[in-house]
Design a protein around this ligand. Structure first.
Ligand code: PMP
Length: 404
C-alpha cells in the first residue's frame, strides 16, 4: 500500500470525527492579546499565567543575555553547553526548594516534555514499578511507555486505589507519578495524601508542577509551597515556558537523585543545552515571580478565577438544556465541559467571531464525550476582559440552545 494513500485514509477519518487539528499563525502579540489575520483577539488560551512573556524587563534581559552569551549554547551540557547563567538558574531553584526537599539540587532541561522523559526513564529501571495517575500529561504517559519499569495506572485522584496497588507491589523501587495541576481540568492532585502513601509504602513521588510553578504558593513556588510539603521523597518537575514566560524546565530533588539524572538521563546527556540568553532572562523572571509584581498578578488571578467561575455557574443555570459543566478547577485553568466535538468547535468558532480566542479541546486529549473549552486566565486579564468572555459565551449558548 502506498504510504500516502494510507495516511490520506487516516486523515480522512480524523476529519470525519471533527478531530482535525491545524496551526493558527499569530502575526503579533503576547498573551492576552494576539493579532491573527489583521484582527486582534482577546486570548483565554495561553499558559503564560502571570503575563510575564510580555514584560519589558524580560525582553531586555533576553537582549542583554544575547549580547553577553550570543545565540545558542552550541553543545550538550556535559560537553560545553553549561554556562554560568544555567548554573545561576539551577542554584536559584535549589534555594527555592530547599524548604521543601532536604538536600535539594536542581537540573535544567529545554522543555517540560524532556524533563519528564528524563525523570521517568532514568528512574524507571527494571527494578521499579511506576504508579501513574490516569489523567497525567502526555509527556509522563510517553515517558512511562519508554521506561523499562512495570507501569500500573490509578484512577484520577483515587488515593484508595493507589494504596491497593502499592500494597500489592513487590517492586524494589516504587515511583508514584502525577501532575500537580491537571492541565485539562485545572484541579489539584491530592498531594498531601499521595506523599503520606509514599512515606507509608517506601515510595517516591514525582510531581509535575507545570501549571503550578509561578502561580500557586505565597512566593509562586508552586504546589509544594501551596500545600507546605517537605520530604526527601519529592521529585519536582517545573516548566519555565508557562508562568515563567520564557522556555525550559527543571527537576528539583535530593542531590543524589539529580546526580543520577546527570549520569543516566539520555535525553539530558545527548541534547543541546538551552540558549544561555534564555537562562540569563530566567533570572529576571524568577525575581519578578517572587517580587511584588508576581504577588500582584497572583492576587489578580485569584480574583479573576472567582469572577469567571461565578459567571460560568450563572450561565450554566441560564442554559440548563445544553448540559454544560464545570470541573473542580482551583487554578487559572477553568474548563467548560460542553460534551460533543462538533459542538465545542462551533462554540470556539462563535467566540472567535466575537473577537475571543478560546481553544476547544477534544479526544484523545480528553475522554470521549467531554470535549471542552479550555479557558485559561492570565495575570494581566482585567475584570472587563472576563466580562467580555462571559457575555460572548452567553450569546453563543443562547444560539446553540435555539439550534438544538
Ligand atoms: N507537563 C504538563 C502537565 C504540561 O501541561 C506540559 C505542557 N503542556 C508539559 C509537562 C510539557 O512542558 P513543555 O511545554 O515545557 O514541554
Amino acid at each position: 500500500m502506498s504510504l500516502l494513500d494510507h495516511l490520506s485514509a487516516k486523515l480522512g477519518a480524523i476529519s470525519a470525527q471533527s478531530l482535525k487539528r491545524s496551526l493558527r499563525r499569530a502575526d503579533t502579540g503576547t498573551a492576552p492579546r494576539q493579532t491573527i489575520n489583521g484582527r486582534e483577539l482577546l486570548m483565554f488560551c495561553s499558559n503564560d499565567y502571570l503575563g510575564l512573556a510580555a514584560e519589558p524587563a524580560i525582553a531586555d534581559a533576553l537582549a542583554d543575555g544575547a549580547r553577553r552569551w550570543g545565540g545558542g549554547s552550541g553543545a550538550s551540557p556535559l560537553v560545553s553547553g553549561h554556562s554560568a547563567a544555567h548554573e545561576a538558574v539551577t542554584d536559584t531553584l535549589a534555594r527555592w526548594y530547599a524548604p521543601h526537599i532536604p538536600q535539594a539540587r536542581a537540573i535544567g532541561f529545554c522543555t517540560g516534555y524532556m524533563a519528564n522523559l528524563a525523570v521517568v526513564t532514568a528512574l524507571g529501571d527494571e527494578h521499579t514499578e511506576i504508579f501513574s495517575e490516569k489523567l497525567n500529561h502526555a509527556s509522563l504517559i510517553d515517558a512511562a511507555r519508554l521506561a523499562r519499569a512495570e507501569v500500573s495506572r490509578y484512577r484520577h485522584a483515587d488515593v484508595d486505589g493507589l494504596r491497593r496497588l502499592l500494597a500489592a507491589s513487590t517492586a524494589k523501587v516504587k515511583l508514584i507519578v502525577t501532575d500537580a495541576v491537571f492541565s485539562m481540568d485545572g484541579d489539584l492532585a491530592p498531594l498531601p495524601a499521595l506523599l503520606a502513601l509514599a512515606e507509608e509504602f517506601d515510595a517516591w513521588l514525582v510531581v509535575d508542577d507545570a501549571h503550578g510553578f509561578g502561580v500557586l504558593g505565597e512566593h509562586g513556588r508552586g504546589t509544594l509551597e501551596h500545600f507546605g510539603l517537605n520530604s526527601e521523597r519529592l521529585i519536582l518537575v517545573g516548566t519555565l515556558g508557562k508562568a515563567a514566560g520564557l522556555a525550559g524546565a527543571f527537576v528539583a530533588a535530593h542531590a543524589t537523585i539529580v546526580e543520577y539524572l546527570l549520569q543516566a538521563a539520555r535525553n539530558f546527556i545527548f541534547s543541546t543545552a538551552s540558549p544561555p540568553a534564555v537562562e540569563h532572562a530566567l533570572l529576571t523572571s524568577f525575581a519578578l515571580i517572587e517580587g511584588p509584581l508576581g504577588a500582584q498578578r497572583r492576587a489578580n488571578l485569584v480574583a479573576r478565577q472567582a469572577q469567571l467561575r461565578d459567571g460560568l455557574l450563572a450561565l450554566i443555570a441560564r442554559h440548563p438544556r445544553l448540559g454544560w459543566q464545570l470541573t473542580d478547577a482551583a487554578t487559572p485553568i477553568q474548563p467548560l465541559i460542553v460534551g460533543g466535538n462538533a459542538e465545542v468547535m462551533a462554540l470556539a468558532a462563535a467566540l472567535e467571531a466575537a473577537g475571543l480566542r478560546v481553544p476547544g479541546i477534544r479526544p484523545p486529549t480528553v475522554a470521549a464525550g467531554t470535549a471542552r473549552l479550555r479557558i485559561t486566565l492570565c495575570g494581566t486579564h482585567t475584570a472587563a476582559d472576563v466580562d467580555t468572555l462571559l457575555t460572548a459565551l452567553d450569546r453563543a449558548a443562547a444560539a446553540q440552545e435555539q439550534a438544538a
